[in-house]
Design a protein around this ligand. Structure first.
Ligand code: UDP
Length: 270
């Protein structure tokens, strides 16, 4: 199935004149690499030359909520080579706390940009996760849109625990350099952290529902909704049962965290 995506090329606030915000920021107890979309792509490409494997994480408002109740996940985010600020929630938190977040660096928009960097490099990609057939359909999207990208293999994300060793071996035998893992947060980050050194890849990235979008299984919000930061409303409309807790309870909870964290900062201000 072929899916067309409108790419928003004007997302980067860093392109605007003014002071350059710091490269590392801390929001609600989570450290982020404060990169623009193109810097994040370059940072991932750079990690491909490192002798040790790297983990990259996208962290949105829901992930912040998860990290506050799951210390193991928080620990993984802090150990990751790259932790990227994903979505309008973090931009808003940064705004309230006076920390400029440079960009909305989400996996779905980063993916085609990363694909564009790979042809001719010999870098191979493995897609792990999603329902049966979904990673394969996302691989077909890559083949149609970025024919130079080498897909080393695909595997759905509903394998049994006893099949895990075989899956890891398949990824390692495939010779993949980049592994995209789509199990949803925090499972994908914890899984990557547990197995990073067995997978034989150079970079492993947790990508959530990315294969669902590129396979065409789920349509993405129109560009105007993404531009004004309400992609989450569209997702809620598509999957109300699964996502209402995440957005209708998680959203206000996140906002409350942002405001509560702001109060002591304000008190300390002369
Ligand atoms: N998934 C999976 N194995 C599981 C549970 C989930 O492969 O055991 C996949 C699921 O099919 C979906 C993705 O994980 O493609 C999670 O998507 P979600 O929209 O929750 O991720 P988000 O981008 O919101 O973090």
């Amino acid at each position: 199935m072929s899916t067309t995506f409108q790419v928003d090329d004007d997302q980067s606030e860093a392109a605007k004149p003014g002071c350059k915000p710091p490269d590392r920021i801390c929001i609600l107890g989570i450290r982020f690499d404060n990169l623009t979309m193109s810097e994040a792509v370059q940072a991932i490409v750079d990690r491909l030359d490192h002798p040790l494997p790297s983990q990259a994480c996208f962290v949105n408002a829901d992930c912040v909520n998860i990290a506050h109740r799951n210390p193991q996940y928080l620990d993984v985010l802090h150990k990751a080579s790259l932790t990227l600020a994903d979505g309008i929630g973090l931009k808003l938190a940064g705004l309230v706390h006076g920390i400029p977040v440079r960009d909305n660096v989400n996996g779905t928009d980063l993916f085609p940009r990363l694909c564009a960097e790979l042809p001719g490099t010999g870098i191979k990609m493995f897609l792990l996760g999603g329902r049966p057939g979904v990673a394969g359909a996302a691989a077909n999207w890559v083949a149609q849109n970025y024919p130079g990208v080498v897909i080393a293999g695909c595997q759905h994300g509903y394998f049994k625990p006893e099949e895990e060793t075989t899956v890891i071996q398949r990824i390692s035998d495939s010779g993949a350099d980049v592994l995209l893992v789509a199990f949803g947060a925090p499972q994908q980050e914890l899984w990557i952290n547990r197995h990073l050194h067995q997978l034989g890849v150079k970079v492993a990235i947790g990508v959530g529902g990315l294969f669902d979008f590129y396979s065409g299984r789920i349509s993405r919000a129109p560009l105007w909704m993404r531009k004004i930061g309400v992609e989450w409303l569209y997702r809620l409309y598509q999957e109300p049962t699964r996502l209402s807790k995440r957005y209708l309870l998680g959203g206000p909870l996140f906002l409350m965290r942002v405001l509560l964290a702001y109060a002591p900062r304000r008190k300390g201000t002369p």
